[in-house]
Design a binder for this molecule. Structure first.
Ligand SMILES: Cc1cc2nc3c(=O)[nH]c(=O)nc-3n(C[C@H](O)[C@H](O)[C@H](O)COP(=O)(O)O)c2cc1C
Length: 106
């Protein structure tokens, strides 16, 4: 976990930046995505906002960065996540498109 003060815009100035990596012996990398989602949901339950930052995926290939933060070799970056208290509370998700076709399969 890197808890410095990221200044780049893609991290929205969030105070916490967590990178979820898959170790080389992981059986299914999708478990890492599920763990990341669980972290985001748990944070939400504590009033903490989060966002998956796909734009930071390149850090997983930045050997200098990986060495600096102490990531062992062979690990694969799955989920770069930012966390922080939302600037605005009670933000509602935008309304879904009503013209999206939804078909229930029984
Ligand atoms: C794989 C992935 C990568 C994402 N990358 C970014 C990103 O780089 N920057 C960003 O602001 N949001 C990013 N998001 C968040 C999405 O833009 C969006 O806010 C989120 O998926 C919730 O969307 P919804 O409320 O429309 O379902 C990413 C989401 C996912 C699943």
């Amino acid at each position: 976990m890197h808890t410095g003060t990221p200044t780049t815009r893609i991290l929205y100035g969030a105070p916490v930046f967590i990178l979820v990596f898959a170790s080389p012996d992981v059986i299914d990398e999708r478990d890492c995505a599920l763990a990341a989602e669980n972290m985001m949901l748990a944070a939400r339950s504590l009033g903490i906002g989060s966002c998956w930052i796909g734009l930071a995926a390149g850090l997983g290939n930045d050997t200098e960065f990986l060495k600096e933060v102490g990531v062992p070799g062979g690990h694969k970056l799955i989920a770069p996540l930012i966390f922080g208290y939302p600037a605005k509370e009670n933000q509602k998700a935008p309304a879904r498109n009503t013209d999206v076709v939804l078909k229930w399969i029984n």
